[in-house]
Ligand binder design. Structure first.
Ligand code: PEP
Ligand code: MN
Length: 351
């Protein structure tokens, strides 16, 4: 259920509603909006009657939410969410007019490799750096990432290049470590329904990049996000990264139709990963262009200084000069849509 407050409702009116919700064994989620505050209700202790709230001071109406996902839905919050990432002077937002570009290697392999990638993607205009320190690989014999050493390298990348760090956390215990270093916690496709991890990142103060599962329906995808919001972390960025189909000309089938579908149902921003979405370097730029054209709020792209020597996902990693080309091309499409890239001018970099 959603409690819609009157525009003139006071802070005390909102608190009274929240206290009542808690007293009934549910969890209140106050959501201040431009016109008025609404309070979402989650939990499962029993049935709720709108009349129990409609008589409270400051309440305009109590509405039943028909969708199985509540907090992520537009029924509960109609305005697009702006998810702020970073801190201090280095803050940017996902979900507004500006498009966010996340770029970097699949995995952090060494300090030299990460620095070389960071320098090039920063120069090309990215403000966020990706790179896995913990890699959930299909084979236990494949490179699993550098672990904490990789996180330390990522922290150096942030300091030296002014890039915000997006990196994957693979289980609830591992999250304690990763959240000390990351600006954005990535939950990978294979973990989209790892419910204990979703609950754990839901209790984090850091924003979460939630990737769509390999065969997840739209409803399953939004329900996974709901797990995170229901724990109190409303800062979730969705990511389409391709799904399994019979098609074998690409690694996955990038489902760009999910972008407008998500936009219709949810207020959360959604970005696209054309690297895992295609698995093939030559298809990354065309699908990056298409992703922006269809309304994505940004991109996450694998870029490696020497893709042919990459320890993971080399075939789909762009050469740095290809990433520059990508930025130029998606920038042109963004302008048509009256959007801009959130790339900072070079002068802002610390070196
Ligand atoms: C990644 O971003 O490196 C990754 C492993 O992606 P996904 O979880 O989408 O496969
Ligand atoms: Mn990868």
């Amino acid at each position: 259920m959603l409690i819609v407050m009157k525009p003139q409702a006071t802070e005390e009116d909102v608190k009274r509603v929240c206290r009542k919700i808690e007293a009934m064994g549910f969890r209140p989620h106050p959501m201040p909006g431009a016109q008025r505050t609404a309070v979402g209700i989650t939990g499962n202790p029993g049935p709720l009657e709108p009349a129990e709230f409609e008589t409270l001071p400051g309440v305009a109406e109590a509405i039943r939410v028909s969708k199985p996902y509540k907090l992520v839905s537009r029924e509960v919050k109609n305005e697009d969410s702006l998810i702020r990432v970073g801190g201090g002077a280095n803050v940017l937002a996902f979900g507004g007019k500006e498009l966010a570009l996340i770029a970097g290697p699949c995995a952090v392999e060494s300090r030299e490799q990460a620095f070389a990638a960071a320098e090039r993607v920063r120069k090309a205009g990215a403000r966020l750096f990706r790179g896995g320190a913990f890699k959930p690989r299909t084979s236990p014999y494949s490179f699993q990432g550098l672990g904490e050493e990789g996180l330390k390298i990522l922290a150096e990348v942030r300091d030296r290049f002014g890039l915000l760090i997006v990196t994957e956390t693979i289980d609830p215990e591992n999250c304690d470590l990763v959240e000390r270093y990351a600006d954005v916690l990535q939950v990978g496709a294979r973990n989209m329904q790892n419910f204990s991890l979703l609950k754990r990142v839901g209790r984090s103060k850091k924003p979460v990049l939630l990737k769509r599962g390999l065969s997840a329906t739209l409803e399953e995808f939004l329900m996974a996000a709901e797990y995170i919001l229901s724990e109190g972390n409303y800062n979730v960025i969705l990511c389409e990264r391709g799904v399994r189909t019979f098609a074998d000309h690409t690694r996955n089938t990038l489902d760009l139709s999910v972008i407008p579908a998500v936009k219709r149902l949810s207020h959360l921003p959604i970005i696209v990963d054309p690297s895992h979405g295609t698995g093939k370097r030559d298809k990354v730029i065309p699908l990056a262009r298409a992703a922006i054209a269809v309304g994505a709020d940004g991109l996450i792209v694998e870029v490696h200084p020497e893709p042919d020597r990459a320890l993971s996902d080399g075939f789909q990693s762009l050469y740095p000069e290809q990433f520059e080309e990508l930025v130029e091309q998606v920038g042109a499409i963004a302008r048509v849509l009256d959007r801009t890239l959130n790339s900072a001018p070079q002068a802002n970099a610390r070196r």
